[in-house]
Ligand binder design. Structure first.
Ligand SMILES: [Zn+2]
Length: 210
């Protein structure tokens, strides 16, 4: 799943408003952020794969960031960091947000999510129905966004950019220059996710100062 994870970030923000939205966003998407970073360092792989189905355009080999065991370890690291800082409620919430990513990905991925570092790959395959997946992701983000009532200019820009970039990805093929360059295409996704988190941070800050 791509932007759909952020929908959960919004839902948790509604239930636990004391947590900053940017931190929730970074948590629900942390496994992807780790994956993109690992791809840049050559530890994992995400290459372009020609397909009519936009969700199959990524040939993924993510044995660490997207294995169930890897997800549990990364969630535990986040849990421990906040537990030590004596933010026990945050530790539980953020740790579970990180772990949620794997289970949400499980619904959409097609047999490329390993259980144990590269072994026993699973995926329920919602990506076989690209328009349904697209609609669910958009709906999830929209519902989450609508739930969090306090808004400002950054919230609107954030929603627009998430939907626009995701729609661009679904309804158009990648530029030729990106198809052959894993580093470039990974950097673009990493930067766009970084931008979403930055906008969430700016929105949090503006609301705090109001
Ligand atoms: Zn993922």
């Amino acid at each position: 799943m791509f932007i759909g994870h952020y929908g959960l970030g919004y839902v948790v923000k509604k239930k636990a408003p004391e947590l900053p939205l940017w931190l929730l966003f970074a948590s629900v998407q942390l496994l992807d952020l780790v994956a993109f970073t690992f791809v840049l360092f050559g530890i994992e792989k995400a290459s372009y794969n020609p397909s009519d189905n936009p969700f199959f355009r990524n040939q993924l080999d993510l044995p660490f960031s997207h294995s169930l065991l890897g997800a549990i370890i990364i969630s535990l690291i986040v849990f421990i960091i906040f537990w030590i800082k004596d933010k026990k409620r945050w530790a539980w919430i953020l740790g579970l947000c990180v772990l949620s990513h794997w289970f949400i990905d499980l619904i959409v991925h097609i047999n490329d999510l390993p259980i144990l570092f590269g072994k026993y790959k699973v995926g329920l395959g919602l990506w076989n129905f690209p328009y349904l997946t697209y609609a669910i992701e958009i709906l999830f983000v929209l519902i989450g966004w609508l739930l969090v009532r306090k808004r400002n200019v950054f919230s609107y820009v954030l929603l627009f950019l998430m939907i626009a970039s995701f729609s661009g990805m679904i309804f158009s093929d990648e530029p030729e220059i990106m198809k052959h360059n894993d580093y470039l295409r990974t950097s673009v996704v990493l930067i766009s996710n970084g931008l979403f988190i930055l906008l969430a941070y700016l929105s949090d800050r503006k609301l705090k100062n109001e």
